[in-house]
Design a protein around this ligand. Structure first.
Ligand SMILES: NC(=O)c1ccc[n+]([C@@H]2O[C@H](COP(=O)([O-])OP(=O)(O)OC[C@H]3O[C@@H](n4cnc5c(N)ncnc54)[C@H](O)[C@@H]3O)[C@@H](O)[C@H]2O)c1
Ligand SMILES: O=P(O)(O)OC[C@H](O)CO
Length: 380
């Protein structure tokens, strides 16, 4: 059994792991809310510059950070430092999370566990694991059960400008979800809690694949009807994948689902949309990835999603088309034409809710099938 620290007081000590756009932005948001914040960067020049100028020279470079934030790194902090934190907030891209958690696990005290929050949006290539599974593999089931996930329509650039923003916060326990919601909640930042971490994670990862599709259509010169089609059909595909996986279909109607899908499919501020747009304009993927300067989780996630949909036997033609453009050299124009030439089909048809992958994941966590039933059929 783990024993979590009590609800962090209004002045929590927070360590943000990852000083990219989102880690930096959330550090700023929490610093702005009077918490004591440390941000771990793996780049020495970011640590030095940040502490001297209260600016991150690489990510959000024009933003002035609150003075109560200290950068640390490039080495990970020691056990004593980790023990003194109320909250560990992981803003590390999915493909690097496993290695970092392996290093962090020996520094965690199961009898005095901080609140653990994860904000990455992706699926691991090779294992096609969600973050929950990466946590259980590296840190064990008790820590994974206490983890909390935040996802939703939230561009870093807009949060630091205090643009009104809302996100979904999910954990298996009400206690952890409401602790995280309380930590982040501000008049310009609303949190909505839920208990479907698998659905929250899947929706955050999948929307990136459809943002690439939407950008691609815009890059090819298609207009508003086409974008609306991709968003709506993308939502139907996401919901089918999630339902077959073992998530609640309702989760896809929330902020982490349709909310984030809408945002990233319709804005050039999205890195995933931008990858798609540039592909649509005819630029090779390799060149786009070399020059993007930031992570686009949808590119690696598309590879993992292809394995997931094949295993589930789900018909997800847009995700399949994005996979073929990214990994099989298909031209974006050809992919769109082929999608439009598919035979007419029923508009909405959810697959049977077998929930095999979620069931496997929950059994790794030591949870039984009644938990899956509660997730898929939440009390309204
Ligand atoms: N930027 C946003 O608006 C936003 C919003 C919501 C969620 N997210 C999610 O947050 C996560 C982080 O995204 P970001 O926008 O901060 O990315 P970013 O491209 O701005 O920064 C990349 C980060 O990854 C780190 N990194 C690179 N290699 C690493 C390694 N081997 N080990 C540990 N860290 C490594 C870099 O140091 C940097 O902190 C992603 O999963 C993203 O989908 C981003
Ligand atoms: O820039 P993107 O495409 O990674 O999107 C960032 C966030 O996920 C938006 O909520």
């Amino acid at each position: 059994m783990v024993s979590s620290k009590p609800q962090p007081p209004s002045h929590s000590k927070v360590l943000v792991l990852g000083a990219g756009n989102f880690g930096s932005c959330l550090a700023s948001h929490l610093g702005d809310s009077q918490h004591d914040v440390w941000v771990w960067a793996r780049e020495l020049e970011i640590v030095k510059h940040f502490n001297e100028h209260h600016r991150n020279p690489v990510y959000l470079p024009t933003h002035d950070f609150p003075k109560n934030i200290t950068a640390i790194g490039p080495g990970l902090p020691d056990k004593e430092f980790m023990d003194s934190m109320d909250v560990l907030l992981f803003a590390i891209p999915t493909q690097f999370l496993r290695r970092n958690l392996e290093c962090i696990r020996p520094k965690l005290d199961l009898n005095n566990l901080p609140l653990l929050i994860f904000v990455n949006k992706g699926i691991e290539v090779g294992t096609h694991a969600l973050t929950l599974e990466i946590i259980v593999d590296t840190c064990g089931p008790e820590i994974a059960k206490a983890a909390t996930f935040i996802s939703g329509p939230s561009f870093a650039k807009e949060i630091v400008e205090r643009q009104p923003t809302s996100v979904s916060v999910a954990s298996f326990t009400e206690d952890e979800a409401s602790k995280a919601a309380t930590l982040f909640h501000q008049p310009h930042f609303r949190c909505y809690t839920g208990f479907d971490p698998i659905g929250i994670e899947l929706s955050g990862a999948l929307k990136n694949v459809y943002a690439i599709a939407s950008g691609m259509a815009d890059g090819l010169g298609f207009l508003n009807n086409t974008r609306a089609m991709i968003i709506t059909r993308g939502l139907a595909e996401m919901t089918c994948i999630g339902t077959a996986y073992g998530a609640s279909p309702l989760t896809f109607l929330g902020l982490s689902g349709v909310g984030d899908l809408f945002l990233t499919c319709s804005s050039s501020n999205s890195r995933n949309y931008t990858v798609g747009y540039r592909l649509g304009q005819g630029e090779p993927l390799e060149q786009i990835m070399k020059t993007l300067g930031s992570v686009a989780e949808g590119v690696s996630t598309t590879e993992a999603v292809k394995t997931v949909i094949d295993e589930l036997g789900i018909n997800a033609p847009i995700a399949q088309a994005v996979y073929e453009v990214l990994y099989k050299g298909k031209e974006a124009k050809t992919a769109v034409r082929e999608l439009m030439e598919l035979p007419a089909s029923r508009e909405l048809q959810l697959p049977p809710t077998a929930g095999g992958p979620a069931q496997r994941l929950l059994s790794k966590l030591g949870m039984d099938s009644s938990t899956l039933h509660e997730i898929m059929h939440p009390r309204l």
